[in-house]
Write a protein that binds this ligand. Structure first.
Ligand code: CS2
Length: 527
């Protein structure tokens, strides 16, 4: 007998024995067809888009179930397939915990094991939406310029297959990248005369749909310009703003669920109560009525997306780098440190908010308060290390766009420069006690080479980081104010550590405000 049987694994059959306190799908799952193929079955999708879709299926049914595709690892398939796609979303806030089982996922495929099945599903007439949560680096682009990275090994091999497919009829391409899958699926749809689909990007990229469209068109143009034209004309790529904090599931979360609800769910995800999804309403072949499930369908997502990327994600990355170096493994621990709270509030209110225009119906000062509360949610146990990953892909849209706008306005960038210095300190690859940090980033080799070569000369160190064109565009790299302030704060952190640096930062800020007499800052300094 396996442990799964002993522990009562969640399955379609076992649904009846799940306690009443757990919300379950009320629709006949098998009767509903797949209408969405989703690339990237990580925890975020399972706690966000799949939940909206499940809510809608509960309300009105519809052929909108989701076929998930994992582009690399079989882990999620191995978790969900024995559970017939069922999994639990645990919403956590303080001591309160609610559980809901999601039925929207029909199955999960692992792309490298079954590339042709994946492509066939993406090219099937029933597939009306192809959606993606593949993280920033999955787009194989240069985050500073938004262009496809033609040096990426996966892109190079996918381009070769694409050229071959465009010139012959019987090529079974096995793409390496999500972009390769998308273009090949769209090529097959066009060739077979199947109605175009909508490609729905749900990652934290600036103008995510438009960015993905540009990458896809650049790719397609390299192998078949007429395909690029067809995609440009026929396939919508709506922009979206996605928001929900979804930390990676820990073993202890699975054990807790098992202890509290009496079943084993290896695919469970944990999240906060808050959730938001703003979608540009531009679909080629219909869409689920997600507005009935709480999503906001709008004509223009840009202000929502910019506010979310710059405020939530910008502050998140800042607290992750500085917090990790300060010795805090979890986000809520950072928020328990008053100096951090004051700094983050100042970062958002003084330096980020002035670069934004408030999205319709949103008060940005209230939004900042709500973010500080959300970050303080101790029950999520969200690791600073998780957010610190892939900084080279995140910094441009989270912090550097704001820096650029502030510099153009001649406005101070002190908080932002400290955050960028926190990133530069983190990617050196050792913490305050000299312990190794396993930096996870597509540019890790170059980052660490720069760190090793220039560690003893901070000016050169910063200069070399700023010369990484994937992250810092040419104008920003030569901006003396930016370089100077990042160098200043990095030197401070290296000499004194993050906690002392933060204290000095806040003291200097308070005395500047006192000197001005009438504080320029909206932040309450609580020293
Ligand atoms: C986080 C995001 O890991 C990260 O980089 O900043 O995943 C964040 O939790 C979500 O964007 C919240 O919507």
């Amino acid at each position: 007998m396996t442990t799964d049987v002993i522990a009562n694994r969640l399955t379609q059959v076992a649904l009846d024995t799940v306690p009443e306190t757990v919300i379950k799908p009320s629709y006949n799952r098998q009767a509903l067809q797949v209408g969405i193929v989703h690339l990237g079955m990580g925890a975020f999708h399972r706690a966000h888009m799949a939940v909206y879709t499940d809510t809608l299926l509960n309300l009105e049914g519809g052929d909108w179930r989701i076929l998930g595709v994992s582009l690399r690892s079989p882990a999620v398939r191995d978790q969900l397939q024995p559970q017939q796609g069922l999994y639990t979303v645990a919403e956590m806030q303080g001591d309160t915990l609610s559980h809901r089982i999601i039925g929207a996922v029909a199955d999960v495929l692992v792309a490298p094991e079954n590339p042709q099945t994946v492509l066939a599903a993406m090219a099937a007439p029933g597939c009306r939406i192809i959606s993606l949560t593949i993280t920033e680096k999955g787009y194989c682009h240069d985050p500073a310029s938004g262009d496809l990275n033609l040096d990426n090994a996966g892109i190079r091999s996918d381009l070769e297959s694409c050229v071959a497919a465009a010139s012959s009829t019987a090529v079974d391409a096995a793409p390496a990248t999500a972009i390769g899958y998308l273009v090949e699926a769209l090529r097959r749809r066009r060739q077979a005369g199947i109605e175009p689909v909508t490609v729905l990007c749900c990652d934290n990229l600036p103008e995510n749909g438009s960015t993905l469209k540009k990458i896809v068109l650049q790719f397609a143009a390299q192998c078949d310009p007429s395909l690029a034209d067809w995609i440009a004309e026929r396939v919508p790529f709506p922009n979206t703003m996605v928001d929900r904090i979804v930390p990676a599931t820990l073993d202890e979360d699975i054990q807790r669920l098992s202890a509290e609800c009496g079943y084993l769910d290896k695919g469970m995800v944990k999240t906060e109560v808050f959730t938001q999804w703003v979608i540009e309403d531009r679909f080629a072949a219909g869409r689920p009525a997600w507005e009935r499930a709480g999503a906001t369908l709008v004509e223009d997502v840009a202000p929502f997306e910019l506010a979310k990327l710059r405020l939530l994600n910008g502050a998140h990355s800042s607290l992750a780098y500085l917090g990790f170096i300060a010795g805090y493994p979890f986000v809520h621990q950072v928020m328990e440190d008053n100096d951090f709270c004051v700094y983050l509030r100042g970062l958002m209110l003084d330096e980020i908010v002035p670069t934004l225009s408030a999205p319709p119906g949103m008060d940005l000062v209230q939004y900042v308060d709500s973010l500080l509360q959300r970050f303080s949610n101790a029950s999520l146990r969200h690791k600073t290390y998780q957010i610190a990953m892939d900084g080279s892909q995140k910094l441009p849209q989270r912090l550097l766009g704001t820096v650029r706008d502030r510099l153009q306005q001649g406005a101070p960038i002190e908080h932002l420069a400290l955050a960028v210095a926190g990133w530069a300190r983190y990617v050196l690859g050792f913490d305050a006690r000299g312990e190794v940090i396993e930096v996870q980033d597509p540019l890790v080799a170059r980052l660490q080479e720069i760190g090793e070569t220039h560690f003893h000369n901070i000016d050169d160190l910063v200069e070399n980081y700023l010369n990484l064109r994937e992250i810092f565009d040419a104008d920003l790299a030569v901006d003396e104010t930016f370089k100077n302030r990042v160098t200043y704060w990095l030197a401070h952190i290296l000499a004194n550590g993050v906690p002392t640096t933060l204290r000095v930062f806040l003291t200097e800020k308070a005395s500047r405000a006192a000197n001005v007499g009438n504080s320029e800052s909206k932040t309450e300094i609580n020293l």
